[in-house]
Design a protein around this ligand. Structure first.
Ligand code: ASP
Length: 439
């Protein structure tokens, strides 16, 4: 795939033709542009703040438009890509017992790593203890009621498959795709014509995904500029000072999980260099960072894992779509840290048992969170309520949520990618690079 898309996964193309470098250059451009606007027209102490905000808005407008186009293009391709890759992925597994093994390993890996992430978060937040003695003048925020977890699971079975596809609803769509894949596996020869149709549809959406990915450097930069010039982040500096220790705890926890624990797992099971894998995943991680959405990043993730990192399409197309919706290490860690920070800031001392409840509910809440921006902020209410903290207290962390969302989404996607590689490596026949989609 990479040969005609100019993505340069091999490392042999000049650096500026490689997608991750192009995205990195986009991000640097966005930073320079955003900071320049904020410096030339500073909001702090401005005589007419509305006029300054209007300037920021005008400066961001063309980029907001481009960013919107990029997100729309990604959303356009998600459901066809997920459904077709799950159906063809399952059918290509060949027999039901390998499917069972892959399913068990995938779910086992997800639960284990999510729980590890939460524990890391709890250790780090207890060491840093952000929010203790902080008088943030807590105001109850707007009350958002998260869906109960039972409802999230019940909704996995859609009343209408087409309605689930049309609503870009990932879990129910994956459920339908798994049914169709397993069905095709069990009807054998009778399913061949249909399987061929799915295979060819899959090749088509992969090609379109390729085209969309080629626009990622512009899309990612545009989205980042939009965030940098968002009036909600007007007082960035003071938020960073007030909530600095809390943000540090989240970022440190995410760092330990992403740079120590996951690479160790990768090394243990895959027995290859985690650094090389990180390098191969760079376009996907940078897209996750700028979109703050695992689901929107999924097309890029699938491409990086299979084409750049050489994980078999068979494993990737089963493990990744599920991961994009239910495996959220970063979100789970973030929710645990945020709950402890909020408790500290409100002067509540959580006991060890209560922290265990936080660990458990954060794991479940992350599974229930959709792969879209701010989803984790909403499901965090489940964690707060589980230990008797007021739901409205999530208002304390809303201000810095976007920045942390970008960081945790990157870790979510990294966790999915490591999962695909680990599951692939532990299956009976470890993969070689699968080039079948290049044609
Ligand atoms: N934005 C995250 C994701 O898509 C979910 C969250 O809000 O934590 O992975």
């Amino acid at each position: 795939m990479s040969k005609d898309s100019g993505l340069g996964g091999s490392g042999s193309a000049p650096w500026f033709k490689q997608l991750h470098w192009q995205i990195a250059m986009g991000i640097v451009f966005a930073l320079i542009y955003g900071i320049a606007i904020r410096t030339i027209w500073p909001l702090a102490g401005a005589a007419d703040p509305d006029a300054i905000l209007a300037i920021w808005n005008n400066a961001a407008a063309p980029f907001a438009f481009l960013g919107d186009l990029f997100i729309r293009a990604l959303k356009l391709i998600i459901i066809p890509l997920v459904v077709l890759s799950v159906v063809t992925g399952i059918r290509n597994i060949g027999d039901a017992s390998s499917l069972g093994k892959m399913g068990l390993r995938t779910v086992g890996y997800y639960l284990l790593t999510t729980f590890l992430a939460v524990l890391t978060g709890l250790v780090v937040v207890n060491l840093i203890d952000p929010g203790v003695g902080l008088d943030l003048g807590f105001e109850a925020g707007e009350r958002i009621a998260p869906k109960p977890l039972s409802e999230v699971f019940a909704n996995m079975i859609p009343k209408s498959a087409l309605a689930a596809f049309a609503a870009n609803d990932m879990l129910p769509s994956i459920f339908v795709a798994i049914l169709m894949g397993v069905g095709l596996l069990s009807i054998g020869k009778d399913g061949e014509p249909l399987a061929k149709l799915f295979d060819s549809g899959n090749a088509l959406v992969l090609k379109i995904t390729n085209w969309i990915m080629a626009t990622a450097p512009v899309g990612v930069a545009a989205l980042f500029i939009k965030t940098l010039l968002d009036p909600k982040l007007a007082d960035l500096a003071s938020f960073f000072t007030d909530l600095g220790a809390y943000m540090l705890a989240v970022v440190m926890g995410l760092g330990v999980h992403a740079f120590i624990l996951l690479p160790l797992l990768y090394k243990m099971f895959v027995r290859k260099s985690p650094l090389a894998f990180l390098h191969a995943m760079a376009p996907s991680l940078l897209t996750a960072f700028s979109t703050a959405s695992s689901s929107a990043t999924y097309p890029v993730t699938l491409d990086c894992v299979t084409e750049r990192a050489g994980v078999s399409r068979k494993s990737a197309s089963f493990v990744l779509p599920l991961g994009a919706t239910i495996n959220m290490d970063g979100t789970a860690l973030y929710e645990a840290v945020a709950a402890i920070f909020i408790a500290n800031a409100l002067g509540v001392d959580l006991s060890l048992t209560q922290q265990a409840i936080v660990a458990l509910t954060a794991t479940l809440a992350a599974i229930g969170a959709a792969g879209v921006p701010s989803a984790g902020l909403v499901t965090m209410i489940i964690v707060l309520e589980s230990v008797g903290l007021p739901a409205g207290a999530y208002g304390l962390v809303v201000a810095v949520d976007r920045v942390l969302d970008m960081c945790r989404t990157t870790v979510n996607v990294w966790g999915d990618a490591v999962g695909a590689a680990v599951v692939d490596a532990t299956l009976p026949e470890p993969s070689v690079v699968n080039k079948s989609q290049d044609t």
